[in-house]
Design a protein around this ligand. Structure first.
Ligand SMILES: Cc1ncc(COP(=O)(O)O)c(C=O)c1O
Length: 385
């Protein structure tokens, strides 16, 4: 038998999934490892999808999505992100995950390099590896609220052979950092000076507690930023698999072309659901943000009192905890935490080299689960240090 594709063979499975599988196989485990809202999709969105399916919206749509949804997205980008784009510049995708892959497919040749945040969401690097490209981490500084080291980033962009895409993720998974406008302007400038594209993952745009979410594309004067958004976190729609991107017209044409070979188009029913979510009342979005803020405050208090707090997250629904005193690999820590304390968190090592000695606690769980989970985590650190 001939060998499997080298890129996929080289790709390590996401460490979050590894712990998640172990946790699901261990009944009674508290789940603080998953990045999935514990809310339901709003009822009006479900009704819109059901009625769309009943009235025959069950066929393929154009590769880049239905004109109605793209018109709704155009409005949203204008009002909430301050981005003026034409509907032709928008491509609807099966979640942000799909939009990232389309971007890589459209831009990367083998051996091209993608600069990914470290710590960062593992899929940015995994997808690059799968395509025979290279991923290089650029540092986010734990001591500076996990903001990027711009000098190091600039140096890496200049010195990495075939550096082609700079990935920006704000608000950030796993750190909860929210990049300010000046930082984003500098990052886009660095990308421009190094003739790179920017993939701006803005999935957590509506979960911000301090400061405000700013889109990197606001600083783009040369059509190099691909802005990627998701319905998953904002509207608790992870299973609907719906996201979208905005890019220059030229790039958008190519990205829509790549969709033809990946999934042809996003689900027609989910596109109707997204239209209802974007076009309907946004009250729930604000309420949920408030709820996440309360959980963030709770987790900060608890971790701080146990001296496990690294920095206060400004957005998204994650917080990093310091387990360095255990002197244990974070995968091992997480496995033992499930086995002995029935609590699942995500290993820092899964996110890069700069989150060793850390674990990520997800705040997409109710307050009792967060309180109990952090208390067990603290007991484990005490006992294993
Ligand atoms: C930074 C980031 N981007 C993208 C995704 C996936 O989004 P989607 O469900 O739209 O594919 C996640 C999910 O955890 C994420 O953390």
């Amino acid at each position: 038998m001939k060998s499997l594709a080298a890129g996929v063979s080289a790709m390590r499975r996401s460490g979050i999934r590894e712990i998640m599988d172990l946790a699901w196989a261990t009944p009674g485990t508290l789940h603080l490892e998953v990045g999935e809202p514990n809310f339901d999709t709003p009822p009006h969105v479900i009704r819109a999808a059901a009625s769309a399916a009943e009235s025959g919206h069950t066929k393929y749509t154009p590769n880049r999505g239905t004109p109605d949804l793209r018109a709704a997205i155009r409005q949203k980008l204008k009002q909430r992100n301050g981005l003026e784009v034409a509907t032709e510049q928008i491509v609807v995708a099966n979640g942000a995950t799909n939009a990232i892959l389309l971007t890589y497919l459209a831009l990367l040749d083998p051996d091209d390099a993608v600069l990914v945040p470290d710590p960062g969401w593992p899929n940015f690097a995994m997808a690059a590896t799968a395509m025979g490209a290279v991923s290089v981490g650029y540092p986010l500084l734990a001591g500076e609220a996990f903001l990027p080291d711009l000098e190091a980033l600039d140096h890496l962009c200049q010195t990495t052979p075939h550096s082609k895409i700079l990935v920006i993720n704000t608000p950030s998974n796993p750190t909860g950092a929210v990049f300010d406008a000046e930082t984003l302007a500098q990052m886009v400038r660095i990308a421009k000076e190094n003739e790179m594209y920017v993939l701006s993952d803005e999935c957590y745009e509506e979960i911000v507690f301090d400061g405000e979410h700013v889109s990197a594309a606001r600083f783009d004067d040369s059509g190099r930023v691909i802005s990627i958004f998701s319905m998953s976190k904002t509207y608790a729609m992870t299973g609907w698999r719906l996201g979208y991107l905005a890019a220059s017209s030229e790039l958008a044409d190519t990205l829509a072309k790549t969709q033809e070979i990946v999934t042809a188009c996003a689900s027609s029913v989910s596109q109707k659901a997204a239209e209802a979510a974007l076009g309907g009342s946004q009250e729930l979005v604000g309420e949920r943000q408030e709820e996440y803020r309360q959980r963030r405050d709770l987790a900060v208090r608890l971790l701080d009192s146990e001296r496990l707090l690294i920095t206060e997250p400004s957005g998204a629904f994650y917080i990093m905890a310091n387990i360095a005193s255990c002197g244990m690999n974070s995968y091992e820590f997480c496995r033992r935490l499930v086995d002995e304390y029935h609590v699942a968190v995500a290993p820092g090592d899964a996110f890069g080299t700069r989150s060793r000695g850390m674990v990520r606690v997800s705040l997409a769980a109710d307050e009792n689960t967060i309180t109990e989970g952090i208390s067990s985590l603290a007991n484990a650190v005490r006992n294993w240090s």
